[in-house]
Design a protein around this ligand. Structure first.
Ligand SMILES: Cc1ncc(COP(=O)(O)O)c(C=O)c1O
Length: 397
């Protein structure tokens, strides 16, 4: 900008809004601009009208988010996706979109992340969404619920939190199609490395991006992947409700995802070794891990999971432990981080009774089988011997 223009004006405009040349940045930049303009205002009109691809206003999208959305849709095998500000925002967007023009009834797996149960029973119920809680591992119970309640949507997690149950996703997807309901699958625990629900005919896949996909404990985000039928309604709703992810988080998520397959492979292999070691430990009452041949859902796991990958979450019941004993165990950890969240490069241990399932009554937790002696381990990429040494020390505390 020419010097004769006032410094006040140059401070606002100089250097900005350069036309890009023929170069292409090797990685996607962080696009922070809230609004976009074109050589011809008619083009902006076309973009708003959806007859020309492009950007207009950041609540509607931005190039960094668009790149992340293409990436996640590609990993999950969907027609497209929407990046959201958290996993919870993604779940809300999937349910709201799935129920457009459908009966406002959700048949939900009885085992879900605590906040998801809270969203259904304490928030969405206020806007007339009825939730019917069913054991999705019981196919006959799902069929009966579909016949009786004629839901608009079904909601489940591929691997449940924290008991790591695996429902027959493929069969449930077929049942949902038959009654014209849309299946929403939270694939946060399994990730597309282990199971790809869209390929099994789910209508929506949601993720807490915060977890394995971003993988470094520095992003809060979520994503909804869907099919061609639901993509436009999802985007239209998002323009009004505004649950969007910020471009900095979108950038960090893309950066994280580049190493996600390599991390996940290591995490799964570590988890498998650790689950075997824990099963033989005298202080451990019970190990929950999908590779266990005696797992109640072993047949579904064999059919649905990628070969030799069972996820990287391990839950254990500690023999005779009460709350104080679990606190002692977690305080004795030296490397494993005793904090909320999962899927990060570092191993983390969580006590569901005081965190993920805190808002459920003790009775509700007991009904789900979440005992006060249960802890959940998210296995990281560290050397497996070091994770085992830390567990050995803590279990002896
Ligand atoms: C399975 C599952 N889904 C969704 C969420 C919510 O994700 P976020 O914390 O990113 O909102 C979580 C969070 O722990 C989760 O474990």
């Amino acid at each position: 900008m020419e010097k004769k223009v006032s410094l006040n004006t140059r401070a606002v405009h100089a250097g900005d809004r350069k036309r890009t040349g023929s170069y292409v940045p090797v990685t996607t930049p962080i696009h922070t601009a809230v609004s976009y303009f074109y050589n011809d205002i008619a083009d902006l009109d076309r973009v708003f009208e959806n007859t020309m691809p492009g950007q207009s206003y950041a609540r509607y999208g931005n190039p960094t988010n668009a790149a992340l959305e293409e990436l996640v849709a590609s990993l999950e095998g969907g027609a497209g996706s929407l990046a959201c500000a958290s996993g919870m925002a993604a779940i809300n967007m999937a349910i709201t979109t799935a129920l457009i023009d459908r009966r406002r009834v959700v048949v939900a797996h009885k085992e879900l992340y605590g906040a998801t149960i809270g969203m259904l029973t304490k928030v969405l119920n206020l806007s007339g969404v009825e939730t019917v809680s069913v054991d999705f591992c019981d196919e006959a119970a799902v069929a009966a619920a579909l016949a009786e309640h004629r839901p608009g949507a079904l909601l489940m997690e591929t691997i449940t939190n924290p008991l790591l149950r695996v429902a027959p996703l493929d069969k449930i997807a077929a049942m949902a199609r038959e009654v014209g309901a849309q299946l929403i699958v939270d694939n946060t625990f399994a990730t597309p490395m282990v199971v790809r629900p869209m390929e099994l005919d789910a209508s929506f896949v949601v993720h807490s991006l915060t977890k394995y996909l971003s993988g470094h404990g520095d992003v809060m985000g979520g994503v909804v992947v869907t099919d061609a039928l639901n993509l436009d309604p999802l985007r239209t709703l998002s323009k009004t409700l505004g649950p969007v992810l910020g471009p900095f988080e979108a950038y960090l998520s893309m950066r994280g995802i580049k190493s996600f397959p390599v991390r996940m492979e290591r995490q799964c292999a570590n988890a498998c070794r650790i689950a075997t070691w824990l099963a033989a430990h005298p202080a451990v009452e019970r190990v929950y891990f999908p590779a266990d041949p005696k797992h109640p859902d072993a047949a579904h796991i064999k059919r649905l999971f990628a070969p030799n990958l069972w996820g990287a979450m391990v839950s254990i019941e500690v023999k005779g432990a009460d709350r104080e004993r679990i606190f002692r165990l977690m305080n004795a950890l030296e490397m494993i981080v005793p904090a909320t969240s999962l899927g990060d490069v570092q191993s983390m241990m969580l006590y569901p009774a005081i965190s993920s399932h805190r808002d459920l009554s003790p009775k509700h937790r007991a009904r789900l089988g979440i005992q006060d002696n249960l802890v959940r381990l998210s296995v990281g990429i560290e050397a497996v011997e070091d994770i085992i040494a830390d567990l050995e020390r803590a279990l002896g505390a």
